[in-house]
Design a protein around this ligand. Structure first.
Ligand SMILES: CC(C)(COP(=O)(O)OP(=O)(O)OC[C@H]1O[C@@H](n2cnc3c(N)ncnc32)[C@H](O)[C@@H]1OP(=O)(O)O)[C@@H](O)C(=O)NCCC(=O)NCCS
Length: 318
């Protein structure tokens, strides 16, 4: 058996079979269009690969994708060193081939390959929809995953935000945000955040539905970025840097309004240890155990802190 990079033709063939797992509510041609557009996005072109685990006769046994993300490791002197981390997505084995260890061997082979090719190896992350045990076998450790929900509403009054953000504001918004004061973290680029907005654009086009009027907001020094998850009727907060409780409430209240206006059901954000107390205090916010998207981390080098000490903003999801 061997690990290879997929050709464009092989990627298109894989789309036809992975539709069963991730295609709904899109038709097969719509899902193929989604995949083609996502692969053509600048963030994918910068650092996305599709990996195939092949049988000796060349049949595809399992596949997955990797995306490059910048990560930062704090040294003993407190200084941050930038390195290479990778997100793994779309791990897939066709139904008739499951239960024979193909996905496990693919995961082991991809991590071994990344250890070799990464110029400054840091970590591999994934967001499991099938629990932790499968990926634990390949050295991944999970992080407890909680979501917060807030109903979409036209909520009048309250502290207004200073303004909404548009797609062209993403780089500036990221630059305003404080990076986490922790030993190790991954930090999305503007292109990575725009990849989420490309998903929003694709679903808005294919499902013929309106897009939210903004992709974030600012109030004082505080900033939020969000995107529509049309499939689940949610406005999902990708990144949030709130300096105090009043700013957190103003940003999330604006998100509720934007969600309401776009015909979405709720605002959702991922709990992060550093902001949980601030954001959890927002009136009406409900804490929910996350169903799927369980963050898991596998070091590519010694010296990384334990996975539960690593923050996972939703912008890192793939
Ligand atoms: C998950 C998947 C990739 C596993 O592929 P595979 O080649 O059968 O994997 P392996 O043989 O290496 O390991 C199988 C293990 O995964 C577990 N697993 C598979 N699907 C699971 C699920 N939905 N929930 C929990 N565990 C699951 C099996 O129980 C099995 O555990 P066991 O060996 O202890 O019995 C495959 O089932 C698949 O493609 N599913 C649909 C797409 C998907 O959900 N991908 C994962 C996204 S995070």
């Amino acid at each position: 058996m061997s690990l290879v990079l997929a050709t464009d033709a092989q990627k298109a063939q894989r789309d036809a079979v992975t539709h069963a797992a991730w295609g709904s509510p899109l038709s097969v041609p719509q899902y193929q269009e989604r995949e083609a557009r996502l692969r053509a996005h600048p963030w994918s072109r910068e650092g996305m690969n599709t990996w195939l685990w092949l049988a000796d006769d060349g049949r595809v046994l399992a596949s997955c994708e990797t995306f490059h993300t910048d990560s930062f490791l704090r040294g003993a002197d407190g200084q941050l060193t930038q390195g290479d981390s990778y997100g793994i997505a779309s791990v897939f084995t066709e139904e008739h081939l499951r239960g024979r260890g193909h996905a496990t061997r693919l995961m082991d082979a991809v991590a071994a390959e990344l250890e070799q090719v990464a110029p400054r190896p840091h970590s591999v992350v994934l967001f499991s929809d099938v629990g932790a045990p499968l990926y634990r076998r390949s050295g991944y450790v999970e992080v407890p995953a909680w979501d917060w929900h807030l109903d979409a509403a036209d909520a009048p009054g309250g502290r207004p935000v200073d303004g909404g953000l548009q797609e062209t504001d993403v780089a500036g918004a990221l630059a305003r945000m404080r990076q986490p004061d922790v030993p190790f973290f991954l930090w999305p680029s503007a292109a990575q955040v725009d990849w989420h907005l490309e998903r929003e654009r694709i679903y808005a086009d294919l499902l013929a539905r309106p897009r939210p009027r903004s992709c974030g907001a600012v109030v004082g020094d505080s900033t939020a970025l969000w995107t529509m998850n049309a499939r689940y009727g949610e406005l999902v907060v990708l990144m949030l840097d709130a300096r105090d409780a009043s700013a957190a409430e103003a940003l999330l209240t604006e998100a509720r309004r934007v969600a309401h206006q776009a015909g979405l059901k709720r605002v959702v954000w991922w709990e992060e240890p550093t902001t949980a107390s601030l954001l959890g205090g927002v009136p009406g916010a409900v804490r929910v155990q996350r169903d799927g998207s369980l963050p898991m981390l596998r070091p590519l080098r010694p010296g990384l802190p334990p996975a539960p000490e690593v923050p996972f903003p939703r912008a890192l999801w793939l």
